[in-house]
Design a protein around this ligand. Structure first.
Ligand SMILES: C[S@@+](CC[C@H](N)C(=O)[O-])C[C@H]1O[C@@H](n2cnc3c(N)ncnc32)[C@H](O)[C@@H]1O
Length: 207
């Protein structure tokens, strides 16, 4: 039988992806060994984002990132995910003021300039969430707010993420702030995966 992680990777559309994450939700954390990304990304976020910031954890899953943010003193937290099963697990963490069932890559149901920071960890994998998701994430980030996310180095090199990220900078929508050195992803099922944390700052040029 296909493992939960392989079923997620094999999903070919958002309905399948949501269904496979729903099935995985209750045991997701047991399948991780450490899980590279959340701790490195929260450490980066803490360099730039004030403790009273309104933060969206986009693709929050079971809430591991929200939990870490809460441990770092952040309390104005909201989570977003397409999977109701994952959102259900995230409620148990009791760290989010609100949880939103919405789909990255589609129009997001928030006004312009809503969040001081958005963190997106373990979500830009395979082709599930495409680089066009940045357009809406930028729209709902406040000017001078931050967008923090993980990418696999080879995913950055071999997909349109690099060109999209560069284009958004050339168009004045965001400014590159920092990228970490690659670090080990610590995934039990995929031991060879490395990750990097990227940090961008939202500029004033609203689309
Ligand atoms: C690998 S998990 C990472 C969860 C969490 N950020 C963490 O680091 O543990 C990816 C999450 O992204 C969600 N996701 C995948 N595609 C999505 C989309 N298009 N819109 C919103 N959430 C999505 C999945 O449901 C899942 O909860």
């Amino acid at each position: 039988m296909m493992s939960n992680v392989d079923a997620v990777f094999a999903a070919t559309n958002n309905a399948e992806l949501a269904m496979n994450y729903d099935k995985w939700a209750a045991t997701y954390e047991n399948d991780l060994v450490g899980h590279g990304g959340p701790s490195e990304a929260v450490a980066e976020l803490a360099k730039y984002v004030a403790s009273d910031a309104r933060i969206l954890d986009a693709g929050c899953g079971t809430g591991l990132v929200g939990q870490l943010l809460a441990e770092h003193g952040y309390s104005n937290l909201e989570g977003l995910d397409l999977s109701t099963g994952m959102l259900q697990q995230a409620t148990f963490k009791k760290c989010y003021n609100k949880l939103h069932q919405q789909v990255l890559g589609e129009t997001l149901d928030f006004p312009d300039a809503t969040f001081d920071a958005i963190i997106i960890i373990g979500v830009f994998v395979m082709a599930h969430v495409r680089s066009n998701a940045f357009d809406e994430l930028l729209r709902i980030t406040k000017p001078n707010g931050h967008i923090i996310f993980t990418l696999r180095p080879e995913f950055y090199d071999n997909t349109d993420f690099k060109s999209k990220m560069d284009a958004l900078e050339k168009q004045g929508h965001w400014k590159f702030v920092a990228v970490t050195e690659p670090f080990h992803g610590r995934f039990k099922a995929h031991p060879d995966v490395n990750l990097q944390v990227w940090v961008y700052e939202r500029m004033f040029n609203f689309k």
